[in-house]
Design a protein around this ligand. Structure first.
Ligand code: DQB
Ligand code: GRF
Length: 207
């Protein structure tokens, strides 16, 4: 099967991007990275991608008059790269309904909580404040409902006595790096079926 052409959108450190890039280097991985877009000129992940020789572009929101204009610029980069799938990886800009609709069922995000708990910003601090004993991470399809799209895969991570938000975030991040490449592979291989706002995972075809 042909590999799906994957674009990764980042705004910062880029460790999930690195995990996806590493996975995509395997010969049998069902996606290849054809574009990396950063919304932050000084993102560490952007510098890393360029140093790796990956096709990385910065689209600075400050250069655009509106959210729509910014999203349009992102979409042009994706079109030029012939992208078929989009993975948000620490991308911190809310995407317009038009952009989200265009990439319906083809755009994923990873969030550091067990959704639907703790949507939005600082979910690890939200988890500590709520006193939950288990948190984790979630890969979901992106919809207009912020952090509320259909769930593809999750990993549970323990909250430990005395955890700071930073310590919990680091523990969850390791689980993210293990979860995201596999979840993306399910979508790229056509094994994550979206219907009625829920995702069913199909068995792998026998080889
Ligand atoms: C995010 C969730 C929340 C934020 C960013 C990313 C946030 O509140 N940022 C501060 C406001 C920045 C701004 O004004 O743009 N998770 N777009 C849609 N749906 C999503 C998820 C993320 C990013 C964009 C979504 C998204 O679920 N439409 C990643
Ligand atoms: C991760 O915790 C991810 O779940 C969240 O933002 C963080 C990005 O980290 N959406 P990185 O840039 O991938 O290192």
């Amino acid at each position: 099967m042909a590999k799906k052409r994957l674009a990764i959108l980042i705004s910062g450190r880029g460790s999930n991007m690195m995990a996806l890039v590493a996975a995509a280097r395997a010969p049998d991985y069902p996606a290849e990275v054809v574009a990396i877009v950063s919304s932050q000129p000084d993102a560490a992940g952007l510098a890393w991608a360029r140093a790796e020789g990956l096709p990385a572009t910065c689209i600075d929101p400050e250069a655009y008059a509106s959210r729509q204009a910014f999203d349009g610029a992102v979409d042009r980069v994706l079109a030029e790269a012939d992208a078929e799938l989009v993975a948000l990886a620490g991308f911190m800009r809310i995407l317009s309904p038009q952009f989200v609709r265009k990439w319906h069922a083809r755009q994923l995000n990873i969030h550091p909580s067990l959704l639907p708990a703790f949507k939005g910003l600082n979910p690890q601090a939200q988890a500590l404040a709520a006193g939950v004993k288990i948190s984790g991470c979630t890969v979901h399809f992106v919809t207009e409902d912020l952090d509320g799209g259909p769930i593809i895969a999750q990993t549970a991570v323990p909250v430990c006595e005395g955890d700071t938000a930073q310590a919990l975030a680091a523990r969850i991040l390791r689980a993210e790096h293990a979860l995201y490449p596999g979840a993306l592979a399910l979508v790229a291989a056509g094994r994550a079926r979206l219907s009625d706002g829920r995702v069913t995972i199909l068995a792998a075809a026998a080889t």
